[in-house]
Design a binder for this molecule. Structure first.
Ligand code: BEZ
Ligand code: FE
Length: 303
């Protein structure tokens, strides 16, 4: 059993031995776990948790505050609000888990955080259809291809897209059962897709609970960089959960509250003045619109 010492922390060897003995006893309490993976996880959790407690020399008052924090997170969590996922997100634990489980595969599009606002059963739209469903915002033409890492198109790939409106809210946050700013579509025979969405704008993660309070007390903003969510699935290829971000969005420099930004996912959104004809000939209104391109490359399943 490796013993961790915190050199220079003024702890006597006797005290350090008492603390280490407890760690060893708790670790050993999992020795008989039948599931080897569960045993590994629980023993590592124990070691790291005790290392943390000893490194910061946690006070009993702080322990109580932590219990109160977790209790408040539990109280605000229900089937629509998941404060523990939010906590994982703002601690970077979600992105670290994604990084571990989506090891970069040469040429494949990078994954990022899922977020809490995906809905199964979003409406199907045809290629070139509109996901807005009444959500407010600047129309944005989004187009691209789905290919594998050898460059072969992936016909029929299922593309789920979802985003907040220009006021920074997802449909589900309005609590009136509206479905807006989300849809799914399928890539055509050449792996191409296109749809009308909304130019993404920055918005805060839900911050009226304990996680928001924690962010405020450490001087961190709850705001996410502007983004549009994608989930792409296709037989025989690794499913991809990702977003695209808006080049030039100042929030990218300020910092995304859940650490989701990756350079490869920052895309140009080109604003077109009102009256400019649209790729599908829809045009005809007096509103400006934007366009962007996102070519998606799916990794193979077995790596
Ligand atoms: C989002 O992208 O909408 C999101 C992601 C993580 C936490 C909260 C919201
Ligand atoms: Fe989002």
């Amino acid at each position: 059993m490796s013993e961790t010492t915190h050199a220079g922390n003024g702890i006597s060897p006797e005290q350090a031995a008492v603390e280490q003995e407890l760690v060893d006893t708790v670790v050993a309490s999992f020795d008989k776990a039948e599931d080897p993976r569960l045993k590994q996880v629980m023993q590592a959790l124990t070691r790291h948790l005790h290392d943390f407690l000893r490194e910061v020399r946690l006070t009993e008052e702080e322990w109580n505050a932590a219990i109160e924090f977790l209790t408040a997170a539990g109280h605000i969590t229900d089937d629509k609000r998941q404060e523990f996922v939010l906590l994982s997100d703002v601690l970077g634990a979600s992105m670290q888990t994604i990084a571990i489980n989506n090891q970069a595969y040469k040429g494949a599009t990078e994954a990022t955080v899922f977020g809490p606002f995906f809905l199964e059963d979003a409406p199907e739209i045809p290629i070139g259809g509109d996901i807005a469903g009444g959500a407010s915002g600047q129309p944005c033409w989004v187009e691209g291809t789905i290919t594998d890492t050898s460059g072969h198109p992936v016909p029929g790939a299922r593309i789920e897209v979802w985003e907040a409106d220009e006021d920074g809210f997802y449909d589900v946050q309005y609590g009136d059962n509206r479905i807006a700013g989300r849809a799914h579509l399928f890539a055509d025979d050449e792996g191409r897709y296109a749809f009308w969405g909304l130019t993404p704008t920055p918005y805060p993660i839900p911050h009226d609970g304990p996680v928001g309070k924690m962010l405020a007390s450490v001087g961190r903003s709850p705001v996410r960089a502007s983004h549009l969510h994608f989930m792409v699935t296709a037989e025989g290829l690794r499913s991809l959960v990702t977003h695209i971000f808006v080049e030039g969005d100042p929030q990218i420099e300020i910092g995304d509250s859940v650490f989701g930004v990756k350079d490869s996912l920052i895309k140009k959104f080109e604003t077109q003045p009102a009256g400019t004809s649209t790729p599908d000939g829809r045009g005809g209104n007096n509103q400006s619109w934007a366009r962007t391109r996102f070519d998606i490359v799916l990794a193979p399943v077995l790596i």
